[in-house]
Design a protein around this ligand. Sequence first.
Ligand code: GLN
Length: 548
Amino acid sequence: MVKHIFVTGGVVSSLGKGLTSAALGLILERRGLRISVQKLDPYINVDPGTMSPFQHGEVYVTDDGAETDLDLGHYERFTHAVLTQSSNYTTGKIYSSVIAKERRGDYLGRTVQVIPHITDAIKDAVHDGAGEDTDVAITEIGGTVGDIESLPFLEAVRQFALEQPSEDVLFVHVTLLPYLRASGEMKTKPTQQSVGKLREIGIQPHILVCRTEQPMSAEMAQKISLFCNVRVEAVIEERDVDFSIYELPVNLVRANIDRLICGHLQLPTEERTDLDDWSRMLEVIREVKDGEVACEIAVVGKYIELHDAYKSIYEALAHAGGANRCRVTVRKVAAEDVLHKGVGALEGVDGILVPGGFGERGVEGKIRAITHAREQNLPFFGICLGLQCAVIEYARNVIGLEGAHTLEHSPHTPHPVISLMAEQEQINDKGGTMRLGAFDCALKEGSRARELYGGDLISERHRHRFEFNNDYRDIFADSGMSLSGHNPERDLVEIVELPEHPFFIGVQFHPEFKSRPLRAHPIFAGFVAAALTHSRGNSHPQLIEELA
Ligand code: GLN
């Protein structure tokens, strides 16, 4: 029998419910349990695929090609859960399935209503997300308790709990204890009110995870316990982390959340939550954070104002820093600034990363940054649109194909080096029409990619419409740019690199989605290693000067 944990959030959004859910997943895995993690999002979009990153941060992609909320990235970085299309449901996705059933006549003439039809579909989604062979299924409910949109989800999980034995369902409510600087106190009223809202709906939380800036006193925990009807030992402090989000599971275990959960759900588990390797990883992060060894990477993108827009990339760079025992400082550079103000913004960096993106804005600035990296022997890593820009740059400035471009932005270019490959040409709808999810990539012998991966066949996740144009393969093969990875099934170029350059790699896929804190992604690790070498080289001339 699968046990269920539902995680809700109160008071404000961005409380870190996603991180808390991911941390709970890790904690239970480290007790020897098999877990699944899922997110229910109250917005109407069918999936976040068509949303601007400014709205909702990055779109995270699973192996089976689901375009999902970025919280699923946390789930995968913290746990071994295999996330799928069933790991993220939105109001739009639920309603679409109910409306499709209604159109097929499946409701046999009945009036279709929120209760029971929408709530039934939500309950089915919860069962789907749990999958098979799972001991504990964690379901995070997006939004804030009290929002109109999240009501059907809360109602559905209330019903869900009613239908299960009480020891099989646990409600965790993540809430905020705001600190008022002027009076120097933390306030419990917003928490009381949000728990009150939940109880009105019929949900009594079993555990309260209280986000705080300051330590929560025993008296405060007592007060929250009394007013919220939650046992005092289940009022858990979740203080802001010191130096890394990966501290969270350790802090929660210190607060005894593992025992509380396993006790309530009557789970037969290991005696102890084994976080030894996790704690060692944290030690490394702490050491490199304060250490001398460092390199600086410029991320040249379109959405750099919003950290969440490139979340997985920043995380992957941090993992690669740990693997290289060095601090990675990220300089966020707006691609348009490189175009309008020149490469001054890139002065002194040890590597340039151009991430994926959609739309024309910023493309020429990215190309300009890539010219700089190529000419100055600066380590370069291009991801998806980053690869496409590197191919355009090389075509224009090295091979001499004047006006080379991508068909995405220049339908009449004389040299569409990036274009739609045969079977995609009919596509013009904007939703769900991309090459999505995991595809194999064969690596060329002797290439840097093969050396980094340490194997000849890999699988990586995709999210794009356009591809390297195979008509230009021979021209590139005769040039200095090596096409070092290809998809064997559909014969598509996956990786380009410049063998003569200290580090210059572009990939058509999104390696950032597969990087883990305990297992940095090989290309990110190689890129940071090259940047570190560059940073040492940077200080070299000074050293010679000093010695002289
Ligand atoms: N816009 C490009 C394409 O659709 C690149 C997409 C991306 O970077 N994810 O092919």
